[in-house]
Write a new protein. Sequence first.
Length: 327
Amino acid sequence: MACPKLFLSCLLLQLVFLFLVPEVAQGQGLKVGFYQKACPNAEAIVKEVIGQVMSVAPSLSGPLLRLHFHDCFVRGCEGSVLLNSPTHQAEKDALPNLSLRGFETIDRVKTALEKACPGIVSCADILALVARDVVVATGGLTYDVETGRRDGNVSSLDEADQNLVPPTANITTLKAGFARRGLSVKDLVVLSGGHTIGTSHCSSFTYRLYNFAGNGNADPTLDSNYIARLKLKCKQNDQTTLVEMDPGSVRTFDVKYFNLILKRRGLFNSDSALLDDSQTKAYLELQVKTGGSTFFKDFGVSMVKMGRIGVLTGTAGEVRKVCSKIN
């Protein structure tokens, strides 16, 4: 199902598919230190490259973190979001993925690893390791990443359209989408905290400013002052302007974005929806009150859990020599 130009109509179709095809977190065959013998410096190489990239292009931190999310939520964490298609029918060509960036950085990491250990480290594992390293580079806590994933050889635009949870999602849709991947309500709110770094195109949320219910009005759940600020940056049909998801703290991994949500300044409907569930709202309030007393550790735990979704291990799949194409 390719996304038609009518954005909201397409999103409605996506919501239907969220409830189809159960897909739970797995992770058999993964372990911390999987490359200890075959490529002992693998994680150090990834960290070094990411450190170099962050020193000159810190704005890539959010996009690089998003790559791992968008990969895992379609077919599982098997690197299919990185594949190119000569006919533009791969996951990266789907409407929700058109704003993804950082592919060149993943290629740079892969090149360094292939030079050190040819054919050993998968692109799927690179995505997981890079995600951890950008969290640390922006001020988050480190966590042990399980490795041992292998790369898939299928990448479908239709599947990306069907399976990625849209920013328009309400709390019911969010909980269902995460649950069918084996992720809890706590994982939902914790992983939403990843919006503390990065930016978004205006097109992902302008309907909340100009035509929320199809009547030409703004979303009444949004803070009016926040609406006014966003309208200054985003005109009604703006498809290109980037807006910080966590204004003033966009390059720092912290809990300030949770504070914004509590002030009714969550950029996406999927962020504001966290106020509509007692468990997710209570988590936001606790982290803001305590300065993120458990969030930083919780984020690592939930990322590891997400990284187990639908993995290929053992002899399944392959280890790509180039992340953008199958061997």
